[in-house]
Design a binder for this molecule. Sequence first.
Ligand code: TRP
Ligand code: ZN
Length: 866
Amino acid sequence: MLDVNAALAQPHVTRRDAYRAPDWLVPQIDLDFDLDPAATRVRARLQVVRNEADASAIRLDGGGQSPVSVTVDGVARSDWSIDDGALIIPLAGDAHLIETDVTIAPERNTQLMGLYASGGLLCTQCEAEGFRRITFFPDRPDVLSRYFVRMTADKERYPVLLANGDPIDSGDLPDGRHWAEWRDPFPKPSYLFAMVAGDLVANRASFTTRSGRQVALGIWVRASDLAKTGHALAALQTAMKWDEDVYGREYDLDVFNIVAVDDFNFGAMENKGLNIFNSRYILADPDTATDYDFDGVSAVVAHEYFHNWSGNRVTCRDWFQLSLKEGFTVFRDQSFSADQGSAAVKRIEDVRALRAAQFPEDAGPLAHPVRPESYIEISNFYTATIYNKGAEVIRMMATMLGAERFRAGTDLYFDRFDGTAATCEDFVACMEEGGAVDFAQFRHWYSQAGTPRVTATLRHDAAAGTALLKLSQMVPPTPDQSSKPAMVLPLRLKLFGSDTGRPMGDEQLVLLDSPSADIMFDKVTEPPLLSINRQFSAPVIVETNRSPADLARLSACDDDPFARYEAMQQLMLDTIVASVTHGRGDHAAVIAAIAETLDDPALDPAFVAEAVLLPADSFIGDQLAVVDPEAIFRARDALRREIGRTLETKWRAAYAQAAALGPFEYSPVAKGHRRLKSVSLGYIAASGAGDADSIAFAQFEAADNMTDRQGALTTLVNGQSNTRVAALDIFYNRYSDNPLVLDKWFSTQALASREDTPTIVFDLAHHRDFTLANPNRARALVGAFSVNQRAFHAADGRGYRFVADQLIALDKLNPQTAAKLVPPLGRWKRFNPERAALMRAELERILAVPGVSRDMFEQASRSLTG
Ligand code: TRP
Ligand code: ZN
């Protein structure tokens, strides 16, 4: 009998504690590209300098290419060898010039790592380990080089030739080809290398830095997309100014280019001076992009721009330090977005995203610390933990230090580590030094996985006029980590009087750094209500002894909008969980709290829209010992229908008021109204009102923007009438030539809460516009379906089988994108034994495929054992 696991070559595991400085440095590299989609010739000249006395050879990582020739100091060599794709050349001296010559085929590159073709363009993606697929090189982030790049290409097909840094020279060749040379003065790791060739046009502008440098900005797209680049360009200018004002960080080159490409594994990439973006984070106009998309464009443009300092000027020593640049940069982009509109709504969105993606990750088989200890494939570690929990860790330090000392810490960090490859430890040490604090215990946030749980019990002593708050913490076990020391949890808290609704005392920042602590309050003149983890000051789960009435009261009187939202969410969650577990939840308390929120004239509509939304199915599931998707759906749906029915008049009034707004405008106020309009429409439909469908269809047809159109479409798609089919057809025909909008057409159907969603989705996988070759399209159907809890977890396992089939097919094209879609199958422990067995069987089937990628192997095998 063949043992599947033994038959697999056991993939190499990289460990954090095995870090060693590089044997050789490469201060300078010259690259010469002769570009052609079928066969691109890459000649590289590496100036290498010995860094380790004992090294008798140099190891240059590779990605399957074979060298046409290898010379050292001008002399052809034949004593090289290939080991696991890497080129090994014996070297005796201290400094050498290595020249290699390879040919690669961008049009056959379906992994979208290295140099690849996308919609007629040639472009690169090198993070984390894509550069080795272009040429032989020590492809690790602590080898920093100056790059000189020459590109030659057919002028008609590729009139625009871009690379990192500044353009040096360009010219025409007699055979219809042309060339361009670029030089990047800043030493950088290979993962920041980029190059683009194609028929592109630019939306140009300039930015003057505070010290007077004129920067030429360009956003490069197909000519037909030029009109959709204004929002991204404006966001870039706003972000450049913001980083000067808030962090004192100025841009450092004369040009900053962004290119949009259709086929991209991630959101975008911060290559020095030449960001490359998934087109979904650049292209936006009211007809094709929702408000959510517009916000995503600004956030990602800002994120990649901010990397110029947090990532490029100061980079990572090794990939275990990934959160050094990603956690910090996410924190920076979150703060930026908060400053552009409602900070409270932004915080609500960020916390919701953290709970939807990171909390389940931290509670499952793929849990890992913000600074992991080992990996098989680094691409699998671009996770919500590294990015979003990493951002929360930075945010906690900022909270504990206060704005001024936090800034002193970041100034010190940028100053001390500029031009180097640093570690998470370096960052924390700068925070300590700049902020004059001790973060010894706080460092557990980098090494311990799992979401800490805080229990908070408040007891009032009316006679003494005091209240006692008992706090305790517990960090749950995770794979490879059983018992864990207490962490430092910064908890913002405040008491309110339950009779008057008035604050009792100021907000306090409590640092819970022991397993338990007591906090005494005096002058407690009326029964107190506990408002805790205000602004979500620590990324923890808080359990309290607050009754539905307490939560309802807080949802109306708390003076922190985030805490108001939290009280409402907790009330809804408790109610639905009670319905699921013992059949009776207190609907009346939820309905009264929603009514009060809708009636409060002081509230921002954007906030109201968030506050009245029920928690998602999957978040409800996370609260239960065993997830029963059908029972959760029924309980949530019953509450939803009752909220719709009971408050129907209010929903109609809210809808009418929001709908009375004039023509489309992209502003925080207008966005808030559109959001409340969509949410109200959803509740009008949930009420069962006979005219709900026609209201939705009228909105769908009359909409002058995608937010309203997609909002109406979502309502229709979830409904039972046949206007659903009509609306989907109209939508499809109107946008059939726009891939980003077609993605919405697929994902709206995959996310629908309908009995027949699985069947619809399986059919869509055979639709002529469906392809796994485009990551956005694959995610729009397969990714969206797998987070639709009720549809994916259909009891007979057909949802699991479908997703596994798709992942097996996708793994052959694009392992990185396939592996990112494994986690929903890995949640088997949370379901009943029947579902768990079905899920495990699919993971085993994935692992048994001959030639399964390292990416999939790691995700699927960890999911089975963890
Ligand atoms: N550094 C990129 C970001 O933060 C992430 C990224 C872009 C990426 N492309 C990738 C990560 C490909 C892994 C693989 O936005
Ligand atoms: Zn990033």
